[in-house]
Design a protein around this ligand. Structure first.
Ligand SMILES: Nc1ncnc2c1ncn2[C@@H]1O[C@H](COP(=O)(O)OP(=O)(O)OP(=O)(O)O)[C@@H](O)[C@H]1O
Ligand SMILES: [Mg+2]
Length: 329
């Protein structure tokens, strides 16, 4: 299904409009405002029901901040977040409580997402309890999820230290699903795991999304990981989306020089196949004092005078493909 068909098919679960999250950094000098680190700077996107949207980019580009901002884990600087038709941008903690159960997060490190002194079964049951499920409802749901994640029930009696990273990440996924949330942010859910285990977890996510119609934002710094898991991919660079497209379209017509550089880092299955090799040069500018023009200009092999002077906006290339680059029309 392409993006246009999907738009017709699925309702929008998350709508993000011109979202900004700036962090004040350093102390304010005399009569001076503190500087702002633009972690997320004018991001707009829609996430449709049953869709897995991938957010990909180098370390520090703002992926986690975007995910957390959408879940309203902190106040946002500007813009709008609409969740299932309700504007949640300025809601306070009390108002947000109703929405918390419907939006869950899966973290990178499964060992730090469980209390090391609590048995797995209790950690899972606690979620149901906090949100007012009865004990039998919770137990029934846990049993159902244990089957989905392919782990025996006796694992519920174990302590987190008695499990492998992969097993624990399966349980973290089960825990996020207990309340049947409408939206999940998975922040680098496989990055801390062994390569062989990574594939198992990615397969589990693919399997679960079919069974449960999950709507998910999947954050990763690796193109290959998002390629196999996501329907739609957004490439971020210094707080902005610089290219976004349905996965197949993106891989067929990679457009932005930054995305091409990210792709060129992926080894080809066939070593004899010709491969474009782009090595990123120059430094990533600081997200505090961003240059006037394109933020990628200082590292771009195709940079022109215009790129240094004027920031490119996202342009529609058709087929749901958008790119922010002066060189592409
Ligand atoms: N609480 C904070 N206060 C100040 N700066 C922050 C805060 N949280 C994040 N940042 C900064 O915002 C930018 C984006 O950070 P973020 O964690 O969103 O990046 P990321 O893309 O998730 O990186 P990684 O791949 O390393 O997880 C970084 O420059 C980071 O230093
Ligand atoms: Mg992160």
């Amino acid at each position: 299904m392409n993006r246009e068909q999907q738009k017709d098919a699925g309702r929008i679960i998350v709508h993000v409009e011109h979202l900004k999250k700036y962090f004040p950094v350093g102390s304010a000098g005399f009569r001076k405002e503190p500087k702002q680190l633009k972690a997320v700077d004018d991001v707009s996107l829609d996430i449709h029901e049953g869709e897995i949207i991938g957010i990909v980019g180098e370390s520090g580009c703002g992926k986690s901040t975007l995910g957390r901002a959408i879940l309203r884990l902190f106040p946002v600087t500007d813009g709008k977040i609409v969740f299932k038709g309700t504007d949640i941008t300025r809601m306070d903690r009390k108002e947000l409580k109703e929405y918390r159960r419907d939006m869950q997060m899966i973290f990178q490190n499964p060992f730090s997402s469980f209390n090391p002194k609590q048995r797995i079964g209790n950690a899972l049951a606690e979620v149901g309890k906090v949100y007012g499920m009865t004990e039998s409802e919770t137990n029934e749901r846990i049993a159902e999820l244990m089957e989905h994640i392919n782990l025996p029930m006796d694992f519920l009696h174990r302590m987190p230290s008695e499990l492998s990273g992969g097993q624990l990440q399966r349980l973290a996924i089960a825990r996020a699903l207990i309340l049947n949330p409408g939206f999940i942010v998975a922040d680098e859910p496989v990055s801390a795991l062994d390569v062989s285990v990574q594939a198992q977890i990615l397969n589990l996510i693919t399997d679960l999304r079919k069974k449960m119609n999950m709507t998910m934002m999947f954050i990763s710094h690796e193109m290959t990981v998002v390629e196999h898991t996501c329907d739609y991919i957004c490439v971020m660079y210094l707080g902005r989306i610089i290219e976004m497209a349905p996965t197949k379209e993106l891989f067929a017509h990679i457009s932005h020089p930054y995305t091409r550089a990210l792709m060129s880092a992926i080894p080809k299955a066939d070593p004899d196949e010709e491969k474009e090799r782009i090595v990123l040069e120059g430094d990533i500018p600081s997200a505090i004092d961003l240059p006037e023009g394109c933020s990628f200009a200082s590292r771009c092999f195709a940079c022109t005078k215009e790129c240094r002077e004027r920031r490119p906006e996202l342009k529609d290339l058709g087929n749901g493909h958008f790119v922010a680059c002066h060189r592409l029309h």
